[in-house]
Design a protein around this ligand. Structure first.
Ligand SMILES: Nc1nc2c(ncn2[C@@H]2O[C@H](COP(=O)(O)OP(=O)(O)O)[C@@H](O)[C@H]2O)c(=O)[nH]1
Ligand SMILES: [Mg+2]
Length: 328
C-alpha cells in the first residue's frame, strides 16, 4: 500500500535528516509521528519513528559526564512592552508577526522554520510594542529555553491554527507543556505559589480565511472562552488585525503618560509607557530616582474628575493619556 506522505511530512523528515542536535531530532520525529498519515501503508514507518523517539529520549535522560546546562535564549525587551507569540507548528506565528510589525520573518508551509526567538516591533498608535516569534511547541517537545522566554514576557498570544484538525488539542499541549515549568497561561487552577508565573494570554485563532475556520473557531471558543479571551484573525487577508492590536494594548494593561516640563508643551509622540495603576511618584521614579526624592508637586491634564492643570497628590493614580507636569 502506498504511504501517501504529505509535503509537510516530507519537510519534517528533511528537517530530521539535517538536524544537528538530539533536541532538534526529537522534535522533528515527534512532529513526523504526529502528521504521518495513519493507515496500514505507514505502519512500519510509524513503528520506526516511535523506536527512534524512544531511543533518543533514553539517550537524553541519561546523565552526561561533565555536561553543562544547555545554553538558552533570552530576548531583551529594551524597555518596550513585550508580547511572546506561542503556538503549534504552522499556525502562522511568523506570518502574523510579519503582518503586525512589517518585519520580514521567514514564513513557510512546513514545520520548524523558526528555530530561535525573533523580536520585531509593532507600532500601535504612538507607541511601539515588541512581538517575539518563537519555535513551535509540539506534543512532547518544547525547546528548553521556551518557558524562560514566556516567563519574562508581559503577555502571551497563544496562536491556534483554525485550518488544522487538531486545533483543540494544541491548546492543551501548549498549556500543559509550560505548566510543567510552572508557567501558566492566563489561569492556574488552585492557589498561586512562589515561583509560579501566570501570564496574561489572548487565544487567537488564525487563518480565519479558510473554509473550516468558522466551525473550528466555534469549537475552540466553546472549550476555552472561560479560560482565555478569544478572538480570530487572518494573517493573510488581514481581517481582525486591528482588533487584535487593540486587544494586545488592552491586555498589556499599560498607560501612556506625557511628561510636560513647566512652561512648555508635552511631546505628543513620545509618551512614557507605564503599568496601569502607576502613581505620580512612581512616574517621577521611572524618569529618575532623584526626581522622586526631590518632587514637590505635580499637575495633571486630562484626568477624570480634575480640572486641567490641577495639582494632584503624590499617590494620584495616573490614567492613559494624562499629561503630567512635575515640579521639584
Ligand atoms: N490561509 C492562511 N494561511 C496562513 C495564514 N497565516 C499563515 N498562513 C500560512 O501558514 C503557513 C505557516 O506559516 P508560518 O508563519 O511559517 O507558521 P509558523 O510555523 O507558526 O511560524 C504558511 O504557508 C503561511 O502562509 C492565514 O491567516 N491564512
Ligand atoms: Mg515560524
Amino acid at each position: 500500500m502506498p504511504a501517501n506522505l504529505t509535503p509537510q511530512y516530507l519537510k519534517a523528515e528533511e528537517f530530521y535528516k539535517q538536524a544537528q542536535t538530539p533536541e532538534d531530532k526529537l522534535m522533528a520525529l515527534e512532529e513526523m509521528f504526529r502528521i504521518i498519515p495513519k493507515h496500514k501503508g505507514t505502519e512500519r514507518m510509524q513503528g520506526e519513528i516511535k523506536h527512534k523517539i524512544s531511543q533518543l529520549k533514553k539517550e537524553q535522560s541519561a546523565p552526561k559526564k561533565g555536561s553543562k546546562r544547555q545554553s538558552g535564549y533570552t530576548v531583551d525587551s529594551n524597555g518596550y512592552p513585550q508580547v511572546v507569540v506561542v503556538g503549534p507548528p504552522n499556525s502562522g506565528k511568523s506570518k502574523l508577526i510579519s503582518e503586525l510589525s512589517g518585519a520580514d520573518l521567514k514564513v513557510a508551509d512546513y514545520p520548524f522554520t523558526t528555530r530561535m526567538p525573533q523580536p520585531a516591533m509593532m507600532p500601535y498608535e504612538n507607541i511601539q510594542i515588541q512581538l517575539v516569534d518563537t519555535p513551535a511547541i509540539a506534543p512532547n517537545f518544547m525547546d528548553s529555553w521556551m518557558p524562560g522566554i514566556v516567563r519574562s514576557a508581559d503577555m502571551i498570544i497563544l496562536l491556534v491554527d483554525l485550518a488544522s484538525d487538531d486545533a483543540l488539542d494544541t491548546v492543551d499541549v501548549i498549556y500543559d507543556s509550560l505548566k510543567t515549568q510552572r508557567v501558566y497561561l492566563n489561569t492556574k487552577d488552585g492557589e498561586e505559589t512562589i515561583g509560579d508565573a501566570v501570564k496574561p494570554t489572548l487565544l487567537v485563532g488564525n487563518k480565519k480565511d479558510v473554509p473550516q475556520a468558522k466551525d473550528v473557531y466555534e469549537m475552540v471558543c466553546e472549550s476555552y472562552q472561560k479560560r482565555f479571551p478569544c478572538l480570530t484573525v487572518s494573517a493573510v487577508s488581514k481581517e481582525g488585525l486591528s482588533d487584535l492590536k487593540q486587544n494586545i494594548f488592552k491586555t498589556l494593561d499599560i498607560i501612556r503618560i506625557y511628561p510636560k516640563p513647566p512652561g512648555r508643551k508635552a511631546e505628543p509622540n513620545s509618551p512614557i509607557v507605564l503599568p496601569h495603576g502607576c502613581t505620580v511618584v512612581e512616574l517621577a521614579d521611572h524618569i529618575h530616582h532623584d526626581l522622586a526624592k526631590t518632587l514637590k508637586s505635580a499637575r495633571v491634564w486630562g484626568a477624570q474628575g480634575y480640572i486641567d492643570g490641577q495639582r494632584v497628590p503624590m499617590d494620584f493614580m495616573l490614567e492613559d493619556g494624562n499629561i503630567v507636569e512635575l515640579e521639584t
